[in-house]
Design a protein around this ligand. Structure first.
Ligand code: ADP
Ligand code: ZN
Ligand code: ZN
Length: 745
């Protein structure tokens, strides 16, 4: 390829928008074979050497000096699907394409890593191995390693040592003595798969589950794109449907990803997948080290692990031929990455499926309004329903306890009389109790403990938050009022700030229920790795009667001996300063209630609240998703919130409060002018200090844009970001853009 031939078009790995364009580089003949679309190469850029992604070939338009590629880092590391996905992400989330590539690839690949992997294979198998094992009576560790290697040939040394419960030294000794063979392989080389017969057989689906699986399986077999929303009550057997759908994807020669929220990725869940799919499972989540994640990533890319179980980032798993993307608890906020590149795993999954003709299966007991709306219209998603629990186990009975009455009756404690009695009843019977408390938010809300009144912004319908200058403020639009000394509704003086910690609940529970064994689980008690599991195991084994916890205990747990769930205070969620507060409350209460009565004994749930008549609480108590949905949609429509609009959150941060604020006002000025010109339907809220108005030494101001069309919002913001490049360095704050944020703190 001489000077007149095509040049490589390269996006340089600099994560700023300005460089988000294609540069041409000459391809020296020594690299000709390795440079293809999707390769990662090393190029000179200014006076630096940077990695770059080859996105195409072409001839530069102008007569600029063309420099040459210096080296090839990875041949064809990105598929054409990934290249398209990155372009779409850059467009959808207003990031640079290089940032999107960085997000899609394993973090390990962002540094240069050219290592090979040593895989271990058994030298002897079958009868031969049996004979050898028989002579190893005195070396149980070595025997265990040989057996493990015969069962799973091709493990790395570390994996093998872990699988056999032996040390690396034992593995190395066996390699040195020729009992095992260690083969250095390129990291992408495949490994023989374990036969499917090695794995557990699955449960037989009941007729309802069959009915739900059928259209999903049909689409998989046809190799067509489609999105399903599986709305199934807690304990209706959704997981079993996912597992069958994944098996179907495998049968069609494709691979599948199952995503669960961070907190639901318990060892229980991993065991379930491993038992079903054996070594075909790769597990991807944020707690892995870069190296561990890289190994899993390679196993997926090579096709060795065609089933991926993971949290949101698993959506980027490099499946050679994706067939199915399952998203369990699709309404969960953790599917949205809320810093750096602010993608939503659901949107990315749907895009990938579109690009590859795959199927997306969203599941939830409480679908997000956005998804339910799309499924309801029947145009975008298809709705599937599992309205009953497995074996027709009843849903737990839910009672709402009016805390205003407790105050009137002189009980100012954390536990209502009803909850105290219910706990005592379980203790008498030797059954278990979960006490649930929402994590204290960052915001302090003021609530009247006599009439339940909460002060809200007249414009945004968002709870006002208390600030140290003794004022209440709306952090969407900055509406501010002095904090009242008496309740404006009933003149009571019991209008106070809120928030009870798990520790306080534990203290009071210990005082009230002296005979009970009590354990507590929150971020304080579970910071050490594995402590979460230890506490749960302790509780599951019946070594404690009461488990007190935050969100952590709300999801994914199957605790058959629990017959009572107490929600200490539903209002901490209900009055979060967020337009999704009611939806979060309904979801959380439904989830928590779902933890009760999963065994043979029927369950009961008590919800303590100062707002017993709020529809999100009454609907959760009645297991009435449709009722909640109708009410909440009415409210959202009236206020023009999603899913009837799109929001964009612009966050301005700086060490200096004035600079952050100045930036936000400058942006406002820009948008006001643009909007006057455009005369569109876009609303501007703020600027206002963010609820979390200072984080890691940086002050935070925000501006919210609201409009019916996502694209016009995006375009407007893009113009602003482009303009920013021209007014820096006078404009100092860092600007973060979040399209459809899941929370606004
Ligand atoms: P969900 O995910 O909808 O909350 P799960 O998948 O956890 O429900 O199912 C609840 C329980 O029912 C689990 O213990 C599961 O093993 C069991 N189960 C699911 N499907 C079947 C089936 N077809 N036959 C028997 N038990 C089932
Ligand atoms: Zn009042
Ligand atoms: Zn407001």
């Amino acid at each position: 390829m001489k000077n007149n031939g095509p040049y490589a078009e390269i996006i340089v790995d600099l994560s700023i928008r300005k460089t988000d364009r294609v540069f041409h580089y000459f391809i020296p003949s020594e690299f000709e074979k390795q440079v293809s679309v999707g390769s990662r190469v090393l190029v000179p850029f200014g006076n630096r050497q940077l990695a770059g992604y080859v996105v195409g070939f072409g001839v530069p338009r102008s007569e600029v000096k063309i420099r040459s590629i210096i080296g090839v880092l990875d041949t064809r590391i990105l598929t054409t699907e990934m290249l398209e996905l990155a372009r779409w992400m850059a467009d959808s989330y207003l990031c640079s394409t290089a940032e999107a590539f960085g997000r899609i690839l394993s973090p390990r690949l962002r540094v240069k890593d050219r290592r090979t992997v040593k895989r271990v294979f058994p030298v002897h198998t079958g009868v031969e191995l049996e004979k050898i094992l028989a002579t190893m009576g005195k070396k149980p560790r070595q025997a265990a390693v040989l057996k493990a290697s015969a069962g799973c040939p091709g493990l790395t040394m570390t994996e093998l040592a872990a699988a056999a419960g032996a040390s690396m030294k034992t593995v190395k000794t066996l390699v040195a003595s020729g009992m095992l063979e260690a083969v250095s392989q390129g990291p992408l080389s495949g490994v023989p798969l374990i036969e499917e017969t090695d794995c557990n057989s699955s449960l037989r689906l009941n007729p309802r589950q069959e009915q739900v699986l059928k259209p999903v399986a049909r689409l998989l077999e046809e190799g067509q794109f489609g999105v399903f929303l599986l709305h199934g009550v807690t304990g209706s057997g959704k997981t079993e449907v996912y597992l069958h759908a994944l098996s179907t994807a495998l049968k069609t020669g494709r691979q599948g990803v199952a995503m669960v929220p961070e907190i639901a990725l318990t060892p229980q869940m991993i065991d379930l997948f491993r038992a079903r799919f054996g070594r075909k499972v790769a597990v991807l989540h944020s707690a892995l080290s870069d190296r561990e994640r890289y190994v899993q990533w390679l196993r997926v890319k090579s096709g060795e692990a065609p089933i991926v179980l993971g949290t949101r980032s698993a959506v980027f798993a490099p499946l050679p031929r994706p067939g199915l993307f399952v998203i369990d608890e699709e309404h969960e906020t953790t599917y949205k990455q809320e810093d750096h590149l602010r993608y939503h795993a659901r949107e990315v999954a749907i895009k990938r499926a579109q690009l590859t003709g795959a199927v997306v299966l969203l599941g939830s007991a409480t679908p997000s309004l956005e998804s339910r709306l799309k499924a309801g219209k029947g145009l975008v998603y298809r709705l599937l329903e599992l309205p009953h629990r497995i074996d027709h186990k009843p849903l737990p009975e839910v009672k709402v306890v009016d805390m205003r009455r407790e105050i009137k009756n002189g009980n100012r404690g954390i536990f209502s009389q009803a909850l105290t009695e219910a706990v005592n009843l379980r203790l008498d019977r030797g059954e278990q109790i979960l006490l649930f408390l929402n994590r204290r938010g960052y915001a302090t809300i003021v609530v009247c403990r006599e009439c339940g009144l909460v002060l809200k912004c007249p414009r945004c319908d968002i709870s006002l938050t208390y600030h140290l200058d003794n004022r209440l403020r709306c952090h969407y639009c900055n509406h501010t009022i002095p904090a009242p000394g008496r309740c404006p509704g009933c003149s009571s003086r019991y209008i106070s700030h809120f928030g009870t910690g798990t520790q306080k609940v534990e203290e009071e529970a210990k005082r009230l229920f002296e005979r009970a064994g009590i354990v507590r689980m929150d971020s304080d008690t579970t910071t050490r790795k594995g402590s979460h599991e230890r506490i749960l195991k302790f509780f599951r084994e019946g070594k404690a009667d009461i488990l007190i916890g935050t969100q952590m205990i709300a999801k994914g747990l199957d605790l058959p001996k629990v017959t009572l769930v107490g929600v200490i205070n539903a209002d901490t969620t209900l009055h979060m300063p967020d337009f999704r507060a009611a939806e979060r409350t309904f979801q959380l209460l439904t989830q928590v209630a779902g933890r009760s009565g999963r065994g043979d004994l029927p369950g009961e749930v008590l919800i303590q609240t100062y707002s017993p008549d709020h529809y999100s609480i009454t609907a959760a108590a009645a297991h009435d998703y449709e009722g909640f949905y109708k009410n909440e949609m009415r409210v959202r429509r009236a206020l023009g919130y999603p899913p009837f609009s799109h929001l964009a959150l612009l966050l301005f941060t700086h060490e200096d409060e004035d600079e952050a604020k100045k930036g936000a006002f400058l942006a406002q000025e820009f948008f006001v002018k643009e909007l006057l010109n455009a005369g569109g339907q876009i609303d501007l809220l703020g600027p206002a200090p963010a609820t979390l108005n200072k984080l890691k030494g940086r002050h935070r101001w925000q501006l919210v844009l609201k409009g019916p069309k996502r694209n016009s919002l995006k375009e407007l913001i893009r113009e602003f970001l482009d303009k920013l490049e021209t007014i820096r360095p006078a404009f100092k704050p860092v600007v973060n853009v979040d399209i459809n944020p899941q929370g606004m703190l």
